[in-house]
Design a protein around this ligand. Structure first.
Ligand code: ZN
Ligand code: ZN
Ligand code: ZN
Length: 307
């Protein structure tokens, strides 16, 4: 069978089960692990009225935010950010990370988005970066080819490289900040990086030549290759939350339900590879776990897929 090539960042497993949102949840360990850019685009274009309304409201919110920033009104800016992030996820519920599956986590997540965007807006270093990005963007010249406005390759990739490097820098500081600790669970750093860059890629793709578009997708990790794999053996299990039917491939410990967006444990026990005694499957089966009897570290999921 043909599947898109995803390799879980935690356990190395491929993505087997079909999915309906841009987010890839591993069929072996249940981790939120990647983004499917093409599905993200489909969802963005699914309803023109929703997208237009979003763009219109966003412009209004952003101009209010600019005014608050110019006035040095940090609290006002933060309040507008809260309004914006909530509006964004209500407009596009499929863009909400699958790890955010209740109101409490949603509130925490919106709070973190708002606090961190306010902090960077008022940080002189990030203001400098913003100016540099605007400057690089202004240097991108356009020509018309086949009725399409096309961006100049060299200037565009200078902008794209700069954008990727500041995004990486911002992410790494953000994930080291103890007050955002919970984000390691809600949205792992490599996935968050791709989430940010996907918006940049989405905005620029219409202005790129085919070869440049392919290069950008490849450099940002959105290449979307397909790969042929043996259909894995496995079994049907009932979702522990909505009772819908799920497929658990052989070797799976946790599967994700697309219908109710929750994970279900496939197995409760494993047997130690060294002494054979039974152990409880840990909350995160992608991490090595010490046997409770002999202390040997067991790796429950082997990245056995050869890619
Ligand atoms: Zn995994
Ligand atoms: Zn379910
Ligand atoms: Zn043991």
């Amino acid at each position: 069978m043909k599947v898109k090539k995803f390799r879980c960042i935690q356990c190395g497993g491929p993505k087997i089960n079909p999915y309906s949102t841009p987010y890839i949840v591993c069929d072996f360990c249940g981790s939120f692990t990647d983004i499917d850019f093409a599905v993200g685009m489909e969802k963005w274009n699914e309803s023109a009225p929703v997208t237009l309304n979003y763009q219109f409201q966003k412009m209004a919110l952003m101009s209010r935010a600019q005014m608050a920033l110019a006035a040095g009104d940090q609290r006002g800016y933060y309040a507008i950010q809260k309004e914006y992030w909530d509006f964004y996820y209500r407009s596009f519920p499929t863009y909400l990370p699958p790890s955010i599956d209740n109101d409490k986590k949603y509130a925490i997540y919106i709070e973190i988005c708002s606090v961190s965007s306010t902090e960077s807006a008022f940080d002189p270093k990030w203001q400098q970066y913003g100016l540099k990005q605007q400057h690089l963007q202004a240097q991108v010249q356009f020509t018309v080819e086949d009725g399409r406005r096309i961006a100049d390759s060299n200037a565009f990739f200078r902008l794209a490289d700069f954008f990727a490097s500041i995004t990486r820098e911002g992410m790494s500081a953000f994930y080291r900040d103890p007050k955002f600790n919970i984000m390691h669970q809600l949205l792992p750093e490599p996935v968050h990086f791709k989430l940010k860059t996907s918006m940049f890629v989405q905005a620029w793709l219409p202005y790129l030549r085919q070869a440049d578009a392919a290069r950008l997708l490849r450099e940002m990790g959105f290449a979307n290759e397909y790969v042929e794999i043996e259909p894995p053996a496995g079994k049907a299990v009932a979702c522990g939350h909505c009772a819908g039917q799920l497929f658990a491939p052989e070797g799976s410990y946790k599967v994700f339900c697309e219908k109710c967006r929750k994970t279900t444990n496939v197995r409760a026990q494993f047997f130690c590879m060294s002494c054979g005694s039974p152990n409880q499957v840990p909350e995160d089966p992608s991490k090595p776990i010490d046997c409770s009897n002999c202390g040997i570290a067991n790796r429950l999921i082997q990245p056995q897929f050869g890619w």
